[in-house]
Design a binder for this molecule. Structure first.
Ligand code: ACM
Length: 263
């Protein structure tokens, strides 16, 4: 099956959703021939809030806020699917969320389950589970940045049949880009980490957005500190094949009765 997917790496402007819409408007045009494109975490607002006021003022309702409506407009215009990180406001609470939109409009959202550092001061912990969506016959799930540390969520998405795990990020720790392809290898999924770059209030983000295949091979990787729009063709037969050897299956060989210590 011919399916092209990839990432946009960019540097969001802090607390300026209008400027971020303008930046993405020009970057997204370079993704016109992709089927699916992933955009970094908190792409509407930037990341390193110093005050609650900053976080609230740059948050929006999903799916009726201006940033989500912009993404839906671009998805219709370019005929592609977009996953993007969004600072979400819902009933006075903030969530570090990701949306999936497409030519048919808003498809759904994920709320980051594992918060990192000062995010606890601004966001609620994600409470919406780990949804999986089918687009053009391909199953797509979402995780956000620091979720990379927790193998459980990658496994759950894979066991739901996810072919491509989309991973909008604002990565700070320098080794996450090594770990993500390994999650993909262990679960036999494609992974797309769309990271940001730049510095906000002394926190520097590490770029190096990465696409890896179900055998853990890095298919492409962005530089550390510059914009990049990249998409490549995926072989979905590879993510559907869960045999490790002729006698070993990624999921069927699990021994849940031996894992009681886990939960
Ligand atoms: C992170 O979760 N944004 C590091």
């Amino acid at each position: 099956m011919n399916f092209k997917a990839g990432y946009i790496q960019f540097c969001p402007d802090f607390c300026d959703p209008g400027k971020n819409i303008r930046k993405l408007d020009s970057l997204l045009k370079h993704a016109a021939n992709a089927d699916l494109i992933v955009i970094p975490e908190l792409a509407n607002s930037g990341y390193n809030f110093q005050t609650h006021d900053q976080a609230v003022k740059s948050a929006e309702d999903i799916p009726n806020g201006p940033f989500t409506r912009f993404l839906i407009g671009m998805a219709k215009k370019l005929d592609l699917y977009i996953v993007a990180g969004i600072n979400e406001k819902d009933n006075g609470k903030l969530y570090n969320s990701a949306v999936l939109v497409g030519p048919e409009g808003f498809l759904g959202k994920y709320r980051k389950i594992h918060l990192f550092m000062n995010e606890f001061d601004f966001f609620e912990k994600g409470d919406a589970g780990l949804p999986v969506f089918q687009i053009k016959g391909v199953k797509v799930g979402m995780l956000i940045c620091f979720d990379w540390v927790f193998p459980e969520v990658w496994r759950i998405l894979a066991m739901k049949g996810t072919d491509i795990i989309c991973h909008p990020s604002n990565l700070v720790l320098p080794y996450a880009q090594q770990a993500v392809p390994v999650h993909g290898m262990i679960n036999r999924t494609y992974c797309i980490t769309a990271n940001r770059y730049g510095t906000e209030h002394h926190v520097t983000f590490s770029g190096k957005s990465v696409i890896s295949d179900p055998l853990g091979k890095i298919l492409c990787q962005a530089p550390e500190q510059q914009d990049e729009v990249k998409f490549i063709e995926f072989d979905l037969d590879l993510s559907k094949n869960k045999m490790i050897t002729p006698k070993n299956h990624v999921f069927n060989d699990r021994r849940p009765e031996q894992y009681k210590g886990l939960v």
